[in-house]
Design a protein around this ligand. Structure first.
Ligand code: ASP
Length: 355
């Protein structure tokens, strides 16, 4: 068998194992390319989602995935595909990124995003920005047009202005749905004794309730990982963070190595979940490091890393694609908005978990 064909068969076998169900495929003839997207992980359950809302999510995810795939199919770069797929999700108010992002304790939206080019290991990130319609595009500008990797808040927006970005008012991002979520979060917080917060290393009972809310009211971060026809990988992630976040809180999404990572030698990863835990595990880089140092397969590496998040008490998921087109989409939450499309013909959009 031709080497490329062998790789593609391997890619297919791994991908089927990773997601736990089979899909229609065609026999691959050329080197595999494709992409994986996510729209956040969390308490996403069939019993609480109407058919209408589910249909809206499916439309958004399909549009995003297909726009990114079309770029790859036409010979475009993984970076361009990642940007195109994420921009679409940022514009859909359903997701916790761009328009429709969750609200901070002050009732505003503060957005985080990052991108990484697996070919050069160049990376760009923005955190706590309030006025840029598509944060992922500013992350790319930081990577390509500045000498830095991460810019935050006002400084990031001054840079954006310099680059010719039009700023939008923060109201553009805010929705009624997120306002209600914030109100609910504040009520729960008010009912919780503050002393519970001061016991380091212990998860007090009072926090367990808050914990449940944090798990349920956060989902919707978006991300994309892509492998192009030239064998280049890229990863990007964009989010509003967590409902009721305070004090300029920044999650894992804009942190290279935690929420986002790409290296042509191994894989591209975008994460979603309770960011504090994903930062502590260094999730995205941990997956790539297992492949680099141990020769692990991407599915195994992703599972091992996610188990570390679980062991600490965190929840969420990752999407990964490796240099040969193997994909893995594990999550330890109830559901994760997700989809992929590969040149092998494999394609899907999924929302709920097996449980
Ligand atoms: N990881 C994001 C954060 O902590 C939130 C999420 O993915 O749901 O900011």
């Amino acid at each position: 068998m031709h080497l490329d064909a062998k790789l593609s068969v391997l890619a297919l076998a791994t991908f089927v194992g990773a997601v736990g169900h089979a899909a229609e495929v065609t026999t691959p003839t050329t080197k595999t390319f494709g992409l994986v997207i996510h729209g956040g992980a969390g308490v996403i359950e069939r019993k609480t989602m109407s058919a209408e809302v589910e249909a809206q999510y499916r439309v958004a995810l399909t549009q995003s995935r297909d726009a990114g795939y079309a770029i790859l199919d036409e010979g475009g770069t993984a970076l361009d595909a990642v940007i195109a797929a994420i921009k679409i999700l940022e514009d859909f108010p359903l997701f916790n990124a761009g328009k429709g992002a969750v609200l901070t304790a002050d009732g505003t939206c503060e957005l985080d995003a990052s991108i990484m080019d697996g070919r050069t290991q160049a990376a760009g990130a923005v955190a706590g920005i309030r006025q840029i319609k598509n944060p992922i595009t500013l992350a790319r500008a930081v990577m390509e047009k500045s000498e830095h990797v991460m810019l935050t808040g006002d400084g990031a927006e001054r840079f954006a202005k310099q680059q010719g970005y039009e700023l939008v008012g923060n109201e553009y991002f805010q929705t009624e749905f997120r306002r209600k979520q914030l109100e609910a979060a504040k009520k729960r917080e008010a009912a919780k004794p503050t002393s519970a917060l001061s016991v380091p290393g212990v998860f007090p009972v009072a926090l367990a309730d808050q914990d449940h809310f944090t798990r349920t009211a956060r989902y919707g971060t978006v991300g994309c990982v892509a492998l192009d026809k030239s064998g280049n990988l890229a990863a990007g992630t964009s989010t509003g963070g967590m409902t009721n976040k305070k004090f300029g809180r920044v999650g894992d999404a804009p942190i290279i190595g935690a929420g986002t990572y790409a290296n042509n030698a191994t894989c591209a990863v975008s994460a979603t979940g309770w960011g504090e835990y994903f930062i502590r595990v260094g999730v995205a880089r941990d997956i790539a490091a297992q492949m680099e140092y141990k020769g692990s397969r991407v599915t195994d590496a992703a599972k091992v890393t996610l188990a570390k998040v679980s062991a600490l008490g965190g929840d969420g998921g990752v999407i990964c694609i490796d240099k040969d087109g193997n994909v893995a989409l594990p999550f330890n939450s109830a559901g994760m908005y997700r989809g992929y499309k590969l040149s092998t013909g494999a394609a899907t959009i999924e929302i709920f978990g097996p449980r």
